[in-house]
Design a protein around this ligand. Structure first.
Ligand SMILES: [Zn+2]
Length: 235
């Protein structure tokens, strides 16, 4: 029997994120806790971060290969067994029907109880990929993933419709779930360290990330938190 955490009652979690490192920055400590508690966590990378470098000596293909390798290593360090790459173009993500269908396929394949993604409803948030991925993932859950006449080609692939129980949004303006990551802060740092192309040795980044996690824990009785806005699906 796996541990029942006070903040969840589910077995399978699916993160749908725009870029390699979004999952670790937003939820690395939470992922580590879930995996340690015996939960199954899968990460879907919508883009492979193919514009994320100031370097001019790398081709797009080389950067994609590098960042996918970094993401797989970061996920491995957290105990995540599966990372799926959708290979959309960095900076050009649109929350269209095609992307919704691909996320529905991921939901039907991995059957999560909880889908974790960017909050697409945060006012004045900047990155269009974050908004696009959050919105497409939000729209994929209901009714598309649940009902068989949406994307019926999935049935021919042997995938069954699936009902997600909850959505958790990170970077939310009004979070209502605060996960204690004080004990898994080191796992979060360790996974972020795999993203060498993005953070180098991390010396400049980690104090800021830690400050943000401390800020998210300011109203709860532990030191470091990751925070989410949760929506329970009643349909
Ligand atoms: Zn991102």
């Amino acid at each position: 029997m796996s541990e029942r955490l006070p903040w969840d009652g589910h077995d399978r979690y699916l993160l749908v994120v725009a870029h390699p490192d979004d999952a670790e920055f937003s939820s690395g400590g939470t992922i580590a806790r879930l995996v340690k508690a015996g939960r199954e966590v899968t990460i879907v990378q919508v883009t492979s971060g193919d514009k994320g470098t100031p370097r001019r000596d790398l081709t797009t293909q080389e950067l994609v290969a590098l960042r996918e390798k970094e993401e797989e290593e970061a996920a491995r360090r957290l105990g995540v067994k599966t990372v799926e790459f959708l290979h959309k173009t960095d900076g050009e993500v649109e929350p269209n029907l095609e992307l919704r269908g691909e996320i529905v396929r991921m939901i039907r394949r991995h059957k999560p109880n909880v889908l974790i993604t960017h909050d697409p409803f945060r006012a004045y948030a900047f990155h269009p990929d974050h908004r696009g991925v959050g919105l497409a993932a939000h729209d994929a859950v209901y009714p598309s993933a649940r009902d068989p006449l949406f994307f019926p080609e999935h049935l021919e692939e042997g995938l069954e419709p699936h009902k997600v129980n909850e959505i958790w949004y990170f970077n939310a303006e009004h979070p209502d779930l605060f996960v204690d990551i004080t004990g898994t802060w080191d796992d979060k740092v360790d996974s972020l360290c795999a993203h060498v192309s993005q953070i180098g040795d991390g010396v400049e980044v980690f104090p800021r990330v830690r400050e943000r996690c401390a800020e998210m824990a300011k109203d709860v009785d532990f030191e470091l938190a990751e925070a989410f806005k949760t929506v329970v699906m009643r349909m």
